[in-house]
Design a protein around this ligand. Structure first.
Ligand SMILES: Cc1ncc(COP(=O)(O)O)c(C=O)c1O
Length: 453
């Protein structure tokens, strides 16, 4: 009889934090920016696949992938090789001034996932999500010669001045930083679990559209609005999937008023939801798309993609010294190889996108079963490996305190996780997560919730 190998488990060799971790945490607290958050004491030393080992030799299962970034896991050999090869050729010349084949082919490859018949798209490369968002807003204003931007409550678009103005998730990002960008309004996001505007899960999409139309009649002339920016699935706001009719209705509203539609795919994009872009679950086409995080397995690069008919800003009007860095572009190519299935990852089926669908569906169904045992799990939602777990009080209010306790207790059992929204734990692991490793993480969650009861 053959016995199957036992799935790998976290290995905790010291009490947490271990001595080296504690020492670095202390130096970190003394010398680094006071703005950095430290949800629990973890200092990475090295990683392999979905496993990260801290400086004390404790190995943990990664269920958050550096905030939905490490798409191919840690130190994926295909990505490492691509980076090594490029770095020995050249690391920088400056894409703003000279073309480089590696970014030309990356742009060609990225637009192939977006272009519909008869459409042409172009790409601007930056270094971070916020930069892609800034570029999107600048382009929208420049193209339409209108100034107003509409964003959503609960959204996160980054921390530079334009992006932070658009962000609508937490006031701490804005307090004391004003004045922010003028001419930005926020409207509710249709969260089916907590519908805004007195609506229900079924009616909240239309309620938000009516609300915007109401603004156009009273306080905000529609012909002064350049763009509406929205996360097709909201990330930092709580891993929220909107009702199926929301984005098509928003598209129709934009078309009726000559407004551009920007989809911020920085967190949900690049295969995480099981499709290349999360908006592709909704049969709707935007005018501008921003991507970053998952694009290059942790190498810093972002992109703002726009229809050719919209990307009309003149030569020299926008650029970036490092944007589209060739080493990061090589990592993006390697990441796309694995996402598309041009290169297969062992145990992950046809492609990492297919794996995200398969393992994501498995995790969602297991979590829904867990909900019956643990009523504190008020909502389980998501698509692919973009999954949110909302903690609630017995009377259904968001329970941020319990969420924080659960997050820490999971970490102490060797499961790296991260909060978002008011009371949500996000599950955003590398897309190479297997069902076996997912089961290990789910068992840790179960044990944690039993212990907290
Ligand atoms: C949807 C979205 N947009 C933009 C950003 C900003 O990205 P960055 O931190 O790389 O600037 C984030 C970061 O979390 C995000 O989730």
């Amino acid at each position: 009889m053959t016995t199957l190998p036992k799935p790998r488990q976290p290995e905790l060799k010291t009490a947490l934090p271990g001595p080296k971790t504690a020492a670095i945490m202390e130096r970190d607290a003394r010398h680094l920016s006071t703005s950095y958050m430290r949800p629990y004491p973890f200092v990475p030393d090295h990683g392999e696949g979905v496993w990260l080992t801290d400086v004390d030799g404790n190995t943990m299962l990664d269920f958050f992938a550096g905030i939905a970034v490490s798409t191919t896991g840690h130190a994926h050999p295909h990505v490492v090789k691509a980076v090594q090869e490029q770095i020995t050729r050249f690391t920088h010349v400056c894409l703003t001034d000279y073309p480089q084949e590696i970014t030309t082919s990356l742009a060609e490859r990225m637009v192939r996932h977006i272009e519909k018949p008869g459409e042409k798209w172009r790409v601007f490369f930056g270094n971070s999500g916020a930069e892609a968002v800034e570029a999107a807003v600048k382009l929208a204003r420049n193209h339409t010669r209108r100034s107003h931007i509409i964003s959503t409550i609960g959204s996160f678009h980054g921390r530079t001045y334009g992006a932070i103005t658009l962000t609508g998730s937490k006031t701490k990002y804005k307090r004391g930083f004003g004045p922010l960008l003028p001419n930005v309004s926020h409207v509710p996001y249709p969260n089916p679990f907590r519908p805004p505007l007195g609506a229900t899960a079924d009616t909240c999409a239309q309620a938000v559209i009516d609300h915007i139309e109401g603004l156009f009649q009273t306080v905000l002339p529609a012909d002064e609005v350049a763009a509406i920016i929205v996360e097709p699935m909201q990330g930092e706001g709580g891993y929220i999937v909107p009702p199926a009719d929301f984005l098509p209705k928003l598209r129709a509203l934009c078309d009726a008023h000559g407004i551009l539609l920007i989809f911020d795919e920085v967190q949900a994009g690049m295969g995480r939801t099981g499709k290349m872009y999360s908006f592709q679950h909704f049969n709707v086409q935007p005018d501008i798309v921003t991507v970053a995080k998952g694009i290059a397995s942790g190498m810093p690069i972002s992109a703002m993609l726009a229809k050719e008919s919209v990307m009309t800003w003149p030569v020299g009007s926008h650029g970036s010294t490092y944007g589209g860095n060739p080493v990061a572009a090589a990592a993006a190519h390697a990441t796309l190889d694995l996402l598309e299935g041009v290169v297969k990852h062992p145990g992950c089926g046809a492609s990492l996108m297919a794996n995200a669908r398969d393992v994501g569906a498995y995790i969602l169904s297991e979590l829904r079963t867990m909900q019956t045992e643990f009523p504190c799990l008020g909502d389980v939602r998501g698509e692919g490996l973009f999954i949110g777990l909302e903690f609630v009080t017995p009377d259904g209010r968001p329970d941020g305190k319990l969420r924080d306790e659960a997050s820490l207790a999971m970490f102490e059992r060797g499961l790296l996780n991260l909060d978002c929204g008011e009371a949500v734990i996000r599950i955003s692991p590398p897309l190479i997560l297997t069902r076996e490793d997912a089961a290990t993480g789910l068992e840790i969650m179960r044990e944690t919730l039993r212990a907290l009861r």
